[in-house]
Unconditional design. Structure first.
Length: 395
């Protein structure tokens, strides 16, 4: 709902600074909640309940945002939605690992992402059409339907199918000769701090999302500011659908690829973002949003699948998977939360949208050398697949 909310507030002539503060509040609340949610999910056996509560809170927070003009309530609504979204992500990650285990995580994560993007397509189309025909507040009817569907799916998961030890990334360790395997003790938080590759990867994600998070809202804010008769709310829905349609096959590609290492998809996502920013700056036309969103779909689709898998790789056996993922998502959230403020600050009263796109694109370039260092720290900086194949033939 974030892109719709930014476009709606812009169309209502809400102060630019308040738009930035409202979007930033949700991101900052998610930042604070994310590591707490990860630690909570690591310890909790009620992951389905946590997921259901998060769905309801996201719905309520979004409903308030579209029905009030009070600055305090606008900011509070997004803070609630942001915190609930962090809990939602943590509970989903824990459930995925608990159901699929380490050996099935890559495949299941790809399926999750593909179905998530498909759901976004349906809801974005519905929300865009409903907002165009009946007004923005009616988008909540679409979101309510999606929430009910999500709760029914959560209820259908059998509690006995969830391995809560596997869900936090605990390796099994033998008790003694002839005894069954038992979960190894999880690492302490201090041990987690020594995972250098994890923290470098977290910084990579932060820089990527600093450049990425505000780009779609900014595209549609520019449309609302410069072409108010072009149905900006409807075009917001179209832009989201284009990106999500692209993400579905990309998510499946990442999860099923055996030729490319996960790191290759991270490099791809990072390198796409500057190109996307350049196109957004150079072509202000409504139709130019489409190729920009295709590139967004490739980058975000690849990163969405690869991020939890890279975290699992970096901290495998630690027993702190959800906490580690929460810490990475916290850094990612810091970048995303600052993105709207930075972008709207550059735009200012003079409407420097082009300069804002250039600034966002430049942030992604900073992520590239950081990820190289993360790979080296993990000892996983591999040659490209074709080169490895030639090396094996030569051997």
């Amino acid at each position: 709902m974030g892109p719709f909310l930014a476009t709606y507030l812009q169309s209502q002539r809400v102060d630019q600074a308040l738009i930035g503060a409202t979007l930033t509040a949700g991101g900052l609340a998610a930042v604070v909640m994310t590591p707490l949610a990860g630690a909570w999910v690591d310890r909790s056996a009620a992951k389905r309940l946590l997921l259901g509560v998060a769905v309801v809170l996201v719905l309520l927070g979004s409903a308030f945002a579209f029905t009030t003009r009070s600055p305090a309530l606008l900011i509070a609504s997004q803070a609630v939605a942001g915190a609930a979204g962090a809990l939602l992500a943590a509970a989903l990650a824990g459930l995925t690992l608990g159901l699929a285990r380490q050996e099935g995580l890559r495949s299941q994560t790809g399926r999750n992402e593909a179905w998530s993007h498909a759901g976004n397509i349906v809801s974005a189309l519905g929300a865009g059409v409903v907002a165009h025909l009946f007004g923005a507040p009616w988008m909540m009817a679409v979101m309510l339907a999606m929430s009910v569907g999500a709760l029914l799916c959560v209820a259908a998961i059998r509690a006995g199918d969830i391995d809560h030890a596997a869900a936090r990334g605990v390796d099994a360790a033998p008790r003694s000769e002839g005894q069954p395997m038992s979960p190894a003790a999880p690492e302490g938080f201090g041990d987690l701090l020594r995972h250098k590759a994890l923290w470098l990867f977290a910084l990579t994600c932060a820089l990527f999302h600093l450049g990425n998070a505000a780009m779609l809202p900014l595209l549609n804010q520019r449309l609302a500011a410069t072409q108010p008769d072009a149905a900006p709310l409807l075009w917001t829905g179209v832009a989201i659908v284009v990106a999500q349609l692209t993400m579905v096959p990309v998510a499946l590609w990442v999860s099923r690829s055996r030729r490319w290492d996960l790191s290759a998809f991270i490099y791809l996502a990072i390198l796409i973002l500057p190109v996307r920013g350049l196109l957004a700056w150079a072509f202000p036309s409504v139709w130019a949003n489409l190729p920009v969103q295709v590139l967004d779909g490739i980058a975000a689709g690849a990163l969405g699948v690869a991020t939890p898998l890279m975290v699992e790789r970096y901290v495998r056996g630690s027993g702190r998977y959800n906490l580690a993922l929460g810490l990475v998502l916290t850094c990612q959230g810091v970048g995303a939360a600052l993105s709207a403020g930075v972008a709207n600050g550059v735009v200012g009263r003079e409407g420097h949208f082009g300069l804002a796109f250039a600034v966002l694109a430049g942030c992604a370039l900073l992520a590239l050398p950081i990820f190289v260092m993360a790979q080296r720290a993990a000892g996983r900086l591999e040659a490209p697949a074709p080169l490895r194949a030639r090396s094996r033939v030569a051997a």
